[in-house]
Design a binder for this molecule. Sequence first.
Ligand SMILES: NC(=O)c1ccc[n+]([C@@H]2O[C@H](COP(=O)([O-])OP(=O)(O)OC[C@H]3O[C@@H](n4cnc5c(N)ncnc54)[C@H](O)[C@@H]3O)[C@@H](O)[C@H]2O)c1
Length: 267
Amino acid sequence: MMKHSATIALVTGAGHGIGRAIAERLGREGAALGIIDLDAAAGARTVADLQAEGIRAHFVAADITQYDQVDAAVAEIVRALGPITLLVNNAAFTEAGNLATITLAQWDKEIEVNLSGTYHMIRAVVPILQARGGGAIVNISSVNGMRYFGNPSYSAAKAGLLNLTQSVASEYGKFNIRCNAISPGSVKTDNITWTIRQQKDPDIFKKLSKWYPLGRVAEPDDIAKAVSFLGSDDAAYITGANLPVDGGLTAGMSVMIDEFVLESPKE
Ligand SMILES: NC(=O)c1ccc[n+]([C@@H]2O[C@H](COP(=O)([O-])OP(=O)(O)OC[C@H]3O[C@@H](n4cnc5c(N)ncnc54)[C@H](O)[C@@H]3O)[C@@H](O)[C@H]2O)c1
């Protein structure tokens, strides 16, 4: 029996990047996949590719900032696949740089998509998990939610997501619903921010590697593996946690320490 053969997963933002990698991994491990994405063409492409591999999958185009669209999309996915057992809140948006330059509209949009959108998903899916006797939620946050790495509005939303994770875990544990967060560092995707940075510097991912004790930035599947674990029975007693999947970025200040600690291990 495959690890996720009893899983009916709903993954938001699986049209691109990390969300797509999560859908592929869960699907290859036996899960049926419901997918919600704002980008109708990309979401449909992910579902067609999953189906071509023999994975049960259903796509609904929806904007997670609109709770009525979310409610309708969740209902359609349940009709198509059955009651959801695992919700992965992955969809996100960011573009703003820093506090000096951000506009009010940018601030509002980043909080709306990254925090309120995730809340809309949780609000719609929790009653389904409750009715079937439990399930799991994994929220994709970021190291930006833990420390300062730029993008203040995105970071505030991602920090809010860590606290929301704890609220859901605390209030719904009695219904056997687990809720955890994953905080990735830099992940090689072609999202809008990385595309702009790569246009400025094609070696950006290589240059960033020095900040990561494991010597590289993440591949999308590094995050998908952690989602698969937290969404499975192997994590049956884990709830309310934030798992940094960041190659050690937030473990310390290794680049700074290398500059003055003589006993630091050398190659
Ligand atoms: N890539 C990184 O370096 C990195 C680092 C830390 C955390 N993360 C987090 O990982 C997750 C995925 O990131 P990614 O790099 O794959 O992003 P991405 O931009 O490639 O994909 C995000 C997906 O979400 C969808 N989406 C955006 N707004 C939406 C909305 N309102 N409603 C529905 N769908 C919407 C997009 O269409 C897209 O398919 C996000 O939560 C992001 O914050 C990414």
